[in-house]
Design a protein around this ligand. Structure first.
Ligand code: NAD
Length: 397
């Protein structure tokens, strides 16, 4: 898939190059010097910067252990590369195994992470992971339509699971995945990297704590232009839909974590189809959500245009990010001034926070749980239904 500006589908980063360095390009946040991760984690713990209800203070304290969370990456595509770099930079995780259908990929990954043959699985041999004590957790980074099967198989093998967003193709699939993990007694998380990213955490803090008064309006837009349509993202059975499933989900998330509420009313509209490769999925879509407090969220997502922005109007001021959702560096301000937060390796921070909880035997926070993934899918299901129904939609009570 060729795109003119992309992070979700980017292949551009040379192997081994550190995301921390990548985050500094462009100098958009010239005053915001990259902090060592160690320092950032200390700062985050000490000042309470971490929001989105994830205060893993206790877990961090007890995670001062030599043991690392041993992660098997299931699916070795583009995003698995980002995760591998993040894990390599993390303190509490290591890549301990892989699941791939491509023997040529296996060799490179085996060499890079010094993986014994017994820790390398194909999709056919995957279930044998159940007896492998070297693996604590499976991170499912496959096309969306494969998430459900591999989460359920990982749970049946007794492994904790992180699954990439969107959690599954439908809310009903999410419910099955949650039930399977609960039955197996394993943790289930969705790979919501922005929940550990300071600029986005600040947006949640300002909104949920009503620092500028009650939130009145959240405007969010995330899109990038794709100039060909030749991979799984364009096949509905594997993607579940177009930009809404892939990137618009971040706008749904932002509206939910900035208001701290679940929507009660919805309208939605598909955009026009302007190019031939949008046969099975939408090219763009807009939607509007109303929350119990009266706050309104207006969002759009597209594979035809480039934008990356979240703007919040509250009763006594505003706050915004742009770029807001990509891999950064982010830039933000409120009506009282610019934001200055550390640039982090999003995947390393996310993985360390999850590892700190699991290594200390704790429970993962609700905001990255399977239930959270389900809440997003309930809204996404409703957006698609509304757009297909002259714009009018219903949300389950
Ligand atoms: P990708 O196409 O680069 O990788 C998909 C991997 O799945 C490849 O290794 C491919 O070989 C494998 N695969 C197995 N069976 C397949 C099949 N039938 N068809 C196609 N591929 C198959 O995709 P990606 O960009 O790495 O996305 C994977 C997941 O990660 C998706 O769910 C996506 O939404 C998510 N993602 C998340 C972020 C993020 O920032 N959190 C960014 C990008 C992607």
């Amino acid at each position: 898939m060729k795109c003119t500006r992309s992070y979700e589908n980017s292949t551009a980063r040379p192997r081994g190059e550190k995301l921390l360095h990548e985050c500094n390009i462009g100098g958009a946040l010239a005053t915001n010097k990259t902090m060592q991760r160690r320092d950032f984690l200390k700062a985050a713990m000490g000042t309470g910067v971490v929001l989105l209800n994830n205060q893993p203070g206790k877990a961090w304290a007890s995670a001062k252990t030599a043991k690392k969370l041993q992660v098997a990456l299931c699916g070795l595509g583009r995003y698995a590369g980002y995760l591998a770099d993040g894990i390599a930079e993390s303190r509490y995780c290591r890549v301990a195994g892989i699941v791939t259908g491509t023997p040529s990929k296996k060799i490179g990954w085996q060499q890079r992470f010094e993986l014994p043959d017994k820790n390398c699985y194909s999709y056919e041999t995957f279930d044998q992971i159940a007896t492998n004590k070297d693996i604590d957790l499976v991170y499912v980074v496959l096309p969306n339509g494969m998430h459900k099967e591999y989460v359920i198989r990982a749970a049946a093998a007794g492994k904790h699971v992180i699954v990439e967003k969107p959690m599954a193709l439908t809310a009903d699939d999410c419910r099955e995945m949650i039930a399977a993990c609960r039955k197996a007694g394993v943790a289930l998380a969705v790979g919501y990297r922005l929940h550990y990213e300071p600029y986005n955490q600040e947006m949640a803090r300002l909104g949920q704590n009503k620092i500028f008064g009650p939130v009145e309006q959240v405007e969010s837009a995330l899109g990038y232009r794709l100039d060909s349509g030749d991979d799984w993202h364009f096949k509905k059975a594997l993607s579940g839909g177009g930009p809404l499933m892939n990137i618009g989900i971040y706008c749904v998330q932002a509206a939910r974590y900035i208001t701290g509420e679940e929507p009660v009313a919805i309208t939605a509209q598909f955009g026009p189809v302007t190019r031939p490769f949008f046969q099975e999925i939408e090219e763009s879509i807009s939607w509007q959500l109303r929350f119990p407090s009266g706050a309104i969220a207006e969002s759009k997502t597209s594979y035809g245009e480039n934008y990356d922005r979240v703007y919040v109007q509250a009763k006594n001021g505003f706050f915004e990010l742009s770029p807001a959702i990509s891999y950064g560096p982010f830039k933000g301000r409120s009506s009282t001034g610019a934001f200055h937060f550390p640039v982090t390796n999003q995947q390393a921070v996310q993985m360390d926070a999850i590892a700190a909880v699991l290594l200390s035997g704790g429970q993962l926070p609700a905001h990255i749980s399977g239930e959270e993934g389900l809440k997003d899918m309930i809204v996404i299901d409703a957006i698609y239904k509304a757009a297909a129904n002259d714009g009018r939609g219903m949300l389950p009570r």
